[in-house]
Structure formats: structure tokens, C-alpha cells
Design a protein around this ligand. Structure first.
Ligand code: ATP
Length: 507
């Protein structure tokens, strides 16, 4: 991470704490590693993201319904899903810094460095050749760039083979051959690569009765799979259809860092879309597009996002892509779109002895549906929004402001109502205005300090609209409404406020 990016990221983290978005869990006991609590504003933002997702996935799709399954599941679920045997990350320690890393992440970071070299060459050439420059052609013909790209492919291929064959010795050799050093100690003094299962376990019932090991779910998807027939039958669902769910998931991550990007307890918003076998690739492409369109609908710019096709497919997938977001520490996975085949349902059929099939009236036969999944981390979406939204601006009069340009529909508070002064009946009038709005929008009342400082406070928590009640209000029942981003103010009738705000939020 560049010094500048690191600086921005640190500021985002301290801003999140200062204004009540995110706190370290059990902070008074010095915190718990990679576990966080959401404060009063964080809880609002998180709920708004959930609602926006739920609305666009469930409410807007006739053929998608939502469920809420338990965190604890029968332990055989995880045997069937492959998590007991295959939900491992390869880990490696540096003997000098004593730091632990995910071996695949080390290699991916190394690849990213080579990619940066490619980008630099392209940029240099673009400057040299001007308008006639064709970046694709350049990449295909420039020997140096071709060398870099071949190297990337070779490293990716070797890593994939290591992971597919479980060849951890060669994985370590890859790290040695590529001369990857520990970013902290700078040395190449590595231990062997080992596998580490990421599931948390606990016991259910009294231990004296015989221990019964159960797991905290590492993904919400399995709660959907085991309920596939319940939902299909009780909801009379016809293929293609989807089941959505939002809920907690738990992973004992090896390297838990980067704030709420990688947590040990987090929340997922997942949707499993059940389709006719053979149609899964069409649906996979269609969901890739639809999910990207969802992100775009929030108004963050397209250059913040990119697709990344997986080189290492999970044990259940036949195609997978990530939607990556440009976090302050670089492009990283925000959401996964996976074509999971009929793997999960077939596994559950086998382990439970129950049929999980769909009778297709058009085909007049039973089959196990194929599944295309969309899976987004709620906390990562939260971080994406917060880090994108955080901006420091110098205003025309030379003063500075920190503004959170959170998409208005997701902002914790939608409206701040501010009496210009604390006297002359303005506070009472402002309370009246709030009473007219608070059933529809989260509102905040603030009468302390000069109006400019109050605007700054609202900017800093991302409130899109500030309504100011002044002396003219008492005469003609109009107020000013100020927009956070443009800082433009308009005078409007109190009676029109609700409609105006509603329209602006929708737009
Ligand atoms: P990564 O490669 O970053 O570990 P993953 O590929 O294991 O992620 P998935 O299993 O595809 O992730 O999970 C779906 C989504 O859940 C991810 O896109 C991410 O947004 C979120 N997610 C996964 N692990 C975590 C975590 N430890 N903390 C926060 N969010 C997570």
C-alpha cells in the first residue's frame, strides 16, 4: 500500500470510530482480534445496505424468496458440503518476523506487483504514442510486457496445480523460486506450507452426555441448500428460482487484518439461484451482469470495480468470478459469483439419504437443479462505501471539510433539522418539522454551535440533506434545504419537504 493510501485508510478507520460507525469488539479489554462492533451510525448504514440488497434481490424478483436459517446446523451438513475436509487455507510462517501468511495471498500479491509493472509499461507507451496508441496491441507485441504476462500465467498455473494436487512442498518451492520475501522482515526464511481448517467448532448439549461437535457456519449458503425442497414445495416455486438470505458467518481466518475487510465473525448476503442443468452458464453470465449493475446503481464510479475470474476454483464450482472493489489497499474481492453445479444438493442427497430433486413439468422428469450463487460480504460492502465516501475537501472560502459522500439512500440519517438559533421559537418550529418527517426518514435534531459547524458535523456523518429553520420560517412556513455534496441551498415550503426528499432519495 502506498504511503498515501495507507494514510487515507488510517483516516477512514479513525473516522469510523470517532463518529460511531465501527468499534473494536470488547475494546475495554484491548479488543479481540478481527472482531468488530457496529456503533449507532454503523448499525444504520449496515441495515440500509441490507435493506437495499434485500429489496433488489427479493422484492424486485418475483421468483426469489428470502429465508433466515439457523447458524448451527447438523454437523453432517459440513461433511457433505466439503468444508470439514476441504475448507482449508495454505498457511506459511516467516521464521524471522514470526508472522503468519496465507501462502496463496503471498503469491497473489507477488503477481499483483508484476501486473503493476505491466501497467507502468503501458502507461509509458501511451504517453509516448499519444492518441494512436492501442493498449491491447502493445501488450501482445512488446517483448518486455509479453515476458511479464507469460510469467504471471506460469505462476498462476503452477499455483493452481499445487492447490489442486495438494502439493504443499511445491507451493513452498514456488515461493522460494519467485524469491518472495516477508514484507515485514524482508527475509525469505519460510516454514513449510501447511493446511489449516477455517471452521470454528463448539459442543452442543452437555459434554457429559457425550460430546457432540458442531460448527459455526462458515457460509450462509448451506442453510439454503438444506431448505431447498421445503421452500420449493411450500412456496410452489418453479425453476428457475432463487432463495436469498442475510446472516452471520464465522471463519477462523489465518491472517485477519485490514479492519472489517477480513473478520472472524462477519455477515453475508447470499442468493442461490436454482436452474435447469445445462442453462447454468447463461445464468452465471446474467447474474454477473446483474450484480455489477446493482453496484453501479449506487452511483460509485465504474473505475472502482472490476471482474476477476478465479484461477483456483473452489471444490464445488465450475465457474467463478469476483467483483473486486478498489479499496484503499488495492483491488480486492467484494462479491463472488459462483456456478456451483449440482454439487451441494447431490452431496446432501447422498449424506442425508433424502431426495432433493425438482419435478420439471415441462420436461416431465425429475432432476437435481444446478445452482448459480451470488455472495457478497456485508461488512466488505460497508467498508467499500465508507472508504469511497470519505473525502477531505478545501472549500471556496479556503476552509476544509470532511464529507462522507455515502449514497443518499444508504446514509444513516437522511435529514438533519437545524434551528438557526436557540431562541425566538425556532427550536419549537424545528421540532414540528422533524415530527412531520421522522416517520418516513431517519432525522437528527441539532441546535448546538454555529450553523456552519453543524453543517460540518452532518457532512462528516454523511447526512445528505440539512433543513434549516430560520426567522422567515415563522412568517411563511418555508425552510432552506441544503445538499451535502453540492452544498447548494434552496428555499422550499415545509409542506413540500417530504415529497422533495423522497424524490431526491429515489433519484
Ligand atoms: P477471500 O478470498 O477474501 O477469503 P472468499 O473467496 O473465501 O474470500 P467467499 O467464500 O466467496 O469468500 O465468500 C463470499 C463473500 O463473503 C466474499 O466475497 C466476501 O465479501 C465475504 N467474506 C468472506 N470472508 C470474509 C471475512 N473473513 N470477513 C468479511 N467478509 C468476508
Amino acid at each position: 500500500m502506498s504511503v498515501q493510501a495507507e494514510d487515507v485508510f488510517k483516516k477512514v478507520i479513525s473516522h469510523a470510530k470517532e463518529y460511531g460507525f465501527v468499534f473494536q469488539s470488547s475494546e475495554i479489554y484491548d479488543g479481540l482480534s478481527a472482531v468488530y462492533d457496529y456503533g449507532q451510525l454503523g448499525a444504520e448504514l449496515k441495515n440500509n445496505i441490507k435493506q437495499y440488497w434485500w429489496k433488489s434481490m427479493v422484492q424486485m424478483h418475483e421468483n426469489i424468496v428470502g429465508i433466515d436459517s439457523a447458524i448451527f446446523m447438523h454437523p453432517t451438513t459440513w461433511k457433505a458440503s466439503g468444508h470439514v475436509d476441504a475448507f482449508n487455507d495454505p498457511l506459511i510462517d516467516n521464521k524471522d518476523s514470526k508472522k503468519r501468511y496465507r501462502a496463496d495471498v503471498l503469491v497473489e500479491d507477488h503477481i499483483e506487483k508484476i501486473r503493476t509493472k505491466v501497467d507502468k509499461e503501458v502507461e509509458k507507451a501511451a504517453n509516448r504514442f499519444g492518441e494512436s496508441f492501442d493498449a491491447d496491441m502493445f501488450k501482445q507485441t512488446n517483448p518486455r510486457v509479453m515476458g511479464y504476462l507469460d510469467k504471471i500465467t506460469a505462476i498462476e498455473d503452477r499455483m493452481r496445480t499445487c492447490l489442486e494436487n495438494g502439493d504443499l512442498a511445491d507451493f513452498k518451492q514456488l515461493i522460494i523460486d519467485e524469491e518472495i520475501s516477508d514484507p515485514i522482515s524482508g527475509t525469505k526464511n519460510w516454514t513449510d506450507v501447511r493446511q489449516f481448517n477455517l471452521m470454528f467448532s463448539t459442543e452442543m448439549g452437555s459434554v457429559a452426555e457425550g460430546s457432540n461437535k458442531i460448527y459455526l457456519r462458515p457460509e450462509t449458503a448451506q442453510g439454503i441448500f438444506v431448505n431447498f425442497l421445503n421452500v420449493q414445495k411450500s412456496g410452489r416455486m418453479k425453476i428457475p428460482f432463487g432463495i436469498a438470505q442475510i446472516g452471520k458467518a464465522f471463519r477462523n481466518e489465518i491472517v485477519a487484518r485490514q479492519f472489517i475487510f477480513r473478520m472472524r465473525e462477519f455477515e453475508q448476503m447470499e442468493m442461490q439461484f436454482f436452474v435447469k442443468p445445462g442453462t447454468e452458464m447463461e445464468w452465471y453470465e446474467s447474474w454477473k451482469n446483474e450484480r455489477m449493475a446493482w453496484h453501479m446503481s449506487l452511483g460509485m464510479t465504474a473505475d472502482q470495480y472490476r471482474f476477476h475470474d478465479h484461477i483456483k476454483l473452489a471444490h464445488y464450482a465450475n465457474a467463478a468470478a469476483d467483483i473486486e472493489f478498489k479499496f484503499p489497499f488495492g483491488f480486492k474481492e467484494l462479491e463472488g459469483i459462483h456456478s456451483r453445479t449440482d454439487f451441494d444438493l447431490k452431496q446432501h442427497e447422498e449424506h442425508s439419504g433424502k431426495k432433493l430433486q425438482y419435478f420439471d413439468p415441462e420436461e416431465n422428469k425429475n432432476y437435481v437443479p444446478y445452482v448459480v450463487e451470488t455472495s457478497i460480504g456485508l461488512d466488505r460492502m460497508f467498508l467499500a462505501i465508507l472508504s469511497y465516501a470519505y473525502q477531505e475537501e478545501t472549500l471556496e472560502d479556503g476552509s476544509e471539510r470532511v464529507v462522507l459522500r455515502i449514497p443518499a439512500k444508504l446514509a444513516p440519517y437522511k435529514v438533519a433539522v437545524l434551528p438557526l438559533t436557540k431562541k425566538d421559537g425556532l427550536p419549537e418550529k424545528a421540532r414540528e418539522v422533524i415530527d412531520g418527517l421522522k416517520e418516513d426518514f431517519m432525522c437528527q435534531y441539532d441546535e448546538k454551535d454555529a450553523i456552519g459547524r453543524r453543517y460540518r458535523r452532518q457532512d462528516a456523518i454523511g447526512t445528505p440533506f440539512a433543513v434549516t429553520v430560520d426567522h422567515q420560517t415563522l412568517e411563511d412556513n418555508t425552510v432552506t434545504i441544503r445538499e451535502r455534496d453540492s452544498m447548494q441551498q434552496d428555499r422550499v415550503a415545509i409542506a413540500d419537504l417530504e415529497g422533495i426528499i423522497r424524490r431526491k432519495l429515489k433519484g
